[in-house]
Ligand binder design. Structure first.
Ligand SMILES: Cc1cc2nc3c(=O)[nH]c(=O)nc-3n(C[C@H](O)[C@H](O)[C@H](O)COP(=O)(O)O)c2cc1C
Length: 364
């Protein structure tokens, strides 16, 4: 039924301005009937940062920014959903238009700039679903005009600890000026010290919530050395690799749209983000697991992320072009790969290609 509605609605959604189509999709998901999520093939279940995921395919941050439809997304087959980015106070983000499709490239450019209904609105929605089960992470960010951005992350961790399955500290959005500086040197180490401490403090009430850092695919390898070194010293629980890119790979077909400023995602991001994932994996040396995001649009793309080093994967942009039926197709693809391959489980496949990938020519 949902698949049918999805197929019928998609051509129509494709005619709308991208942001209106997104809004309509979220409203449509509110109509998904309640009920338990369908059972996944047991071969897809994975245990990562102490949590049991029914399957490794997650809804990436940015689709459900305000925590309106996490349960509908779980019911449609995602193994976990990341809500956000949420900022402490509500803010409207950048002026529209700020979301663009590149259909010829299967890509998306966004410069939303953390439009957020703010912590209290999202908290009340997540509190209302508490106890419903399912893994729902909260992605946190700083207000654009905040005088102390690190304090924003600290306060959000305190606020959401009772309802978050895990936290993602998003310091890699290209659309809040200066935000990505938090990935650099001493500032990054200060941020880590304070968010790890905030998580520790919150754990007295809520238990220890896993803490992940989401990085940009645009870091240099020297910067990545420093980021991974600090993350290991401060004992974060994982990293998401990664956010959208401000680069524009050569050969994009939708040349005019590609000139829009903002972060590029979807298929044109796959090669860069998968290489950065492998580069991160070899540096982390098993100290914590990684989440792979960027351009996943098939079972084989998800498998490539796992083989590059991802214990879990996330996607967003491909849904714009393929619809929600894609989640089931990706899961079926993974099961098929496991059935036909020499390695019996997904964890056996994590990172098997990382070393060879990092020796290849840099993707362009
Ligand atoms: C429209 C849009 C909005 C996004 N908003 C956020 C966000 O609020 N926070 C965040 O961490 N990432 C955000 N992202 C990035 C995605 O979570 C993901 O990291 C990136 O798009 C790569 O995955 P994909 O190629 O499957 O889309 C957004 C992406 C898109 C396309």
């Amino acid at each position: 039924m949902i698949g049918l509605l999805d197929r019928l609605a998609r051509p129509f959604l494709g005619l709308l301005d991208a942001e209106n189509a997104h809004r309509l999709a979220v409203q449509g998901l509110k109509l998904v009937p309640r009920g338990p999520a369908p059972r996944d093939d047991p071969r897809l279940s994975v245990r990562v940062f102490g949590l049991n995921f029914p399957n490794p395919i997650g809804m990436a941050a940015g689709f459900d920014k305000h925590g309106e439809v996490p349960d509908a997304l779980l019911r449609l087959g995602f193994g976990f959903v990341e809500v956000g980015t949420v900022t402490p106070r509500s803010q409207s983000g950048n002026p529209r238009p700020r979301l663009f499709r590149l259909p010829g490239d299967r890509g998306v450019i966004n410069r939303l700039g953390f439009n957020s209904e703010g912590a209290q609105a999202v908290l009340s929605r997540l509190a209302a679903r508490a106890g419903s089960g399912g893994l729902v992470g909260v992605n946190v960010g700083a207000n654009k005009d905040s005088p102390d951005r690190i304090a924003d992350y600290v306060s959000l961790i305190g606020t959401f600890a009772p309802v978050a399955s895990y936290f993602t500290v998003n310091i890699s959005s290209p659309n809040t000026p200066g935000l990505r500086d938090l990935q650099q040197g001493q500032l990054f180490d200060d941020l880590l010290a304070r968010v790890v401490e905030a998580r520790q403090r919150a754990s007295r009430k809520a238990g220890l919530t896993p803490l992940l850092i989401k990085i940009a695919p645009d870091l240099t390898l020297n910067e990545l050395d420093d980021v991974v070194g600090a993350a290991r010293r401060r004992r974060v629980d994982g990293m998401i690799v990664g956010n959208t890119t401000i680069t524009r790979p050569p050969g994009l077909k939708d040349q005019e749209t590609a000139k829009e400023s903002g972060g590029l995602s979807g298929r044109p991001l796959f090669a860069l983000s998968t290489r950065m994932l492998a580069e991160t994996y070899v540096r982390v040396e098993g100290a914590f697991p990684l989440v792979g995001a960027g351009g996943i649009d098939s079972g084989s793309a998800a498998l490539a992320k796992i083989r590059a080093g991802a214990g879990l994967v996330q996607l967003y942009s491909s849904l714009v072009f393929h619809g929600l039926g894609l989640v089931g197709e990706i899961k079926a693809g993974l099961v098929k790969a496991l059935a036909g391959g020499r390695r019996a489980s997904l964890p056996d496949l994590v990172g098997v290609d990382a070393a060879t990938m990092t020796a290849e020519k840099w993707p362009r």
